[in-house]
Design a protein around this ligand. Structure first.
Ligand SMILES: [Zn+2]
Length: 299
């Protein structure tokens, strides 16, 4: 079906006391894995890509955001559940504008290294452009800490201040607010301590949908509790990449691919196809989160 507004998906979730998941993809198999799981569970879903990864300065090959937007849009249009398409956490406004041209119907600018005044100015400008095109804008006030698995450490973050967030929402007119309430980006080892009192306070002061990033690092019961308190969008990325990597590692450990027909390993799609197995592993993980956040059978 045609793309559905992310706002519509979040409002329905809020009314139905569940959350809709944003499952961040990075290539063809991973984005298809998300819609595989959504169709299997008859769940609405937000698909998309991370702007900070697609536009990363570390990339050795420059990516064209148009390819990603068109791919996501084409997939959304051919599945039988409601889908929104988000360009998440891009550091450049230019990429977000190109993203809107390429099919994304939701965007999020990340600007933790600029002043609040500048952050408001940019989001206000994005909202102005987005409104005329039926595109939703998400922004984060406060800052999630980042986990680093190599050093087993977590950086400093800043919890969302409810008054500052309310001011920001009023000044910008954004559609969804990502909040820092103990959740941690990239966290796999250990679980984040969610500040439920802060969620309650934010819900009282903020009249737009609230978003919980860092879904991977939140324990199942805490995730359910956060959703029950009105968190209506949950972002999951890290655990999907982990599932994909684990699947490929297991395959390579168990098979001597140098003695195998490469078409059977990648491309033919049979039961020996490594990328199909990885896609299935990601879909399984998406399905697990869909069940936790309660969006199953809400399509
Ligand atoms: Zn995030």
């Amino acid at each position: 079906m045609a793309l559905v507004s992310m706002n519509t998906l979040m409002q329905k979730a809020l009314a139905g006391r569940y959350a809709v998941g944003y499952f961040e993809a990075w290539n063809m198999e991973s984005i298809l894995a998300v819609t595989d799981a959504a169709e299997k569970t008859q769940s609405p879903v937000i698909i998309g890509f991370g702007g900070q990864f697609i536009g990363s300065k570390k990339r050795t090959i420059t990516e064209n955001i148009h390819h990603y937007g068109q791919l996501g849009k084409a997939i959304a249009e051919t599945v039988n559940v409601p889908v929104a398409l988000l360009l998440n956490e891009a550091h450049e406004v230019d990429m977000l504008l190109k993203g809107m041209d390429s099919g994304f119907n939701a965007v999020m600018f990340e600007g933790h290294d600029i002043s609040m005044e500048e952050f408001i100015r940019i989001n206000r400008q994005l909202v102005k452009i987005a409104k005329g095109r039926d595109v939703c804008v998400e922004a984060e006030v406060g800052k999630l800490p980042d986990a680093d698995i190599a050093s087993d450490s977590i950086s400093d973050g800043k919890k969302t201040d409810p008054d500052e967030a309310a001011f920001f929402v009023k000044q910008t007119g954004i559609d969804a607010l990502a909040v820092s309430v103990g959740n941690v980006h990239l966290l796999e080892t250990g679980k984040a301590a969610i500040d439920f009192a802060l969620i309650k306070e934010l819900r009282k002061k903020i009249n737009i949908p609230l978003v919980l990033h860092g879904g991977t690092g939140v324990a199942e019961e805490e995730l359910k509790e956060a959703v029950a308190l009105g968190m209506c969008k949950v972002n999951v990325g890290t655990s999907l990449k982990r599932a994909y990597l684990n699947s490929i590692q297991e395959y390579l450990n168990n098979n001597n691919v140098s003695k195998m027909d490469p078409h059977n390993v990648i491309g033919r799609g049979g039961n020996m196809d490594m990328l199909c197995a990885a896609r299935e592993a990601v879909a399984k993980e998406v399905e697990r989160f869909i069940k936790i956040i309660g969006s199953e059978n809400k399509a």
